[in-house]
Design a protein around this ligand. Structure first.
Ligand code: HH2
Length: 276
């Protein structure tokens, strides 16, 4: 069984997806894991800390980020995926909008395609997902990273994001993607104001009601700074953990986080308190 799908069958707590950005410019860890040795060290650390999945990305999608050429993105992520796969059987997801990168990453040992464009980036994205036949994360974003935070607008943020995801699920299924491979994500911080992000987190049960696993990536994001006097990226741990706990309590099945130890401990205590 695909290790990603297998992990999803373990119901005890949400899965922790540890982030490794092989990019020079990611907002949270940019430049730290570009080299294989440091990325591998980080992978080992995240696994030891309790990560169920490692999410490897070679293109920053932070607000204002420039897009990256396919060859450059491949050169950033493939050696890292190959090295992690040689060292471990942990589930790996490839965080990319490009079907060519997803295909090469899966061939190199990744098990899931995490696509922040929900298979809209390239004309052959959906066909590639059908062909790869691995779990695929369909995430909502309004606009592209370069412009998405300029002036995000919704009629009704939760309704609009749900409609988008339902539409993408429908198109994917019609083309031949298996429903059992689909994971949905409201896309915290992707073309959203503070109020939009808070509304989506509060309304997570409506995403859970779609019947597919819900992934939430709130870790170290800007809405935390907006709530806490502009806290710098390195000072957003408390807010990240609070958001992770809230998301878990509201049904998220996968949490994309930078700080695995702290999130895991907080989830363990939360579960113990609820079950006591
Ligand atoms: N957020 C980021 C990147 N990929 N994927 C999913 N499914 N959901 C998310 O919320 C999400 C994501 C942005 O965070 P990060 O990777 O830390 O930064 P950057 O995009 O600058 O590399």
């Amino acid at each position: 069984m695909n290790p990603f799908s297998e992990a999803l069958t373990r119901p005890s707590r949400p899965l922790l997806m540890g982030v490794i950005n092989a990019t020079p410019d990611s907002f949270s860890d940019g430049g730290q894991f570009v080299h294989i040795d440091s990325a591998l060290l980080q992978a080992r650390k995240l696994i030891t800390q309790g990560a169920d999945i490692l999410d490897i990305g070679g293109e920053s999608t932070r607000p204002g980020a420039e897009s990256v050429d396919t060859q450059e993105e491949l050169a950033r992520v493939l050696p890292i995926i190959e090295a992690i796969r040689r060292a471990s059987s942990v589930a790996i997801s490839i965080d990319t909008r490009k079907p060519e990168v997803a295909r090469a990453a899966i061939a190199a040992g990744a098990n899931c395609w995490n696509d922040v464009s929900a298979l809209t980036f390239a004309p052959d994205s959906i066909a590639t997902a059908v062909d790869l036949d691995v779990p695929v994360v369909l995430m909502h974003a309004q606009g592209d990273p370069k412009t998405m935070q300029l002036d995000p607008h919704y009629r009704d943020v939760t309704g609009d994001v749900l409609n988008f995801l339902v539409g993408r699920i429908g198109q994917a299924i019609q083309a031949g993607v298996k429903l059992s491979n689909i994971i949905v994500d409201p896309g915290i911080g992707f073309g959203k104001t503070l109020e939009h992000n808070l509304t989506l987190l509060r309304d997570l049960p409506r995403f859970v009601a779609l019947g597919r696993p819900v992934l939430v990536g709130a870790s170290r994001k800007r809405f935390i700074a907006a709530l806490d006097q502009g806290a710098e990226v390195g000072d957003r741990l408390g807010g990240s953990v609070a958001a992770a706990l809230f998301a878990a309590q509201h049904g998220a099945q996968i949490l994309r986080v930078h700080d695995v130890t702290e999130t895991r401990q907080a989830l363990t205590v939360q579960t113990a308190l609820i079950d006591f």
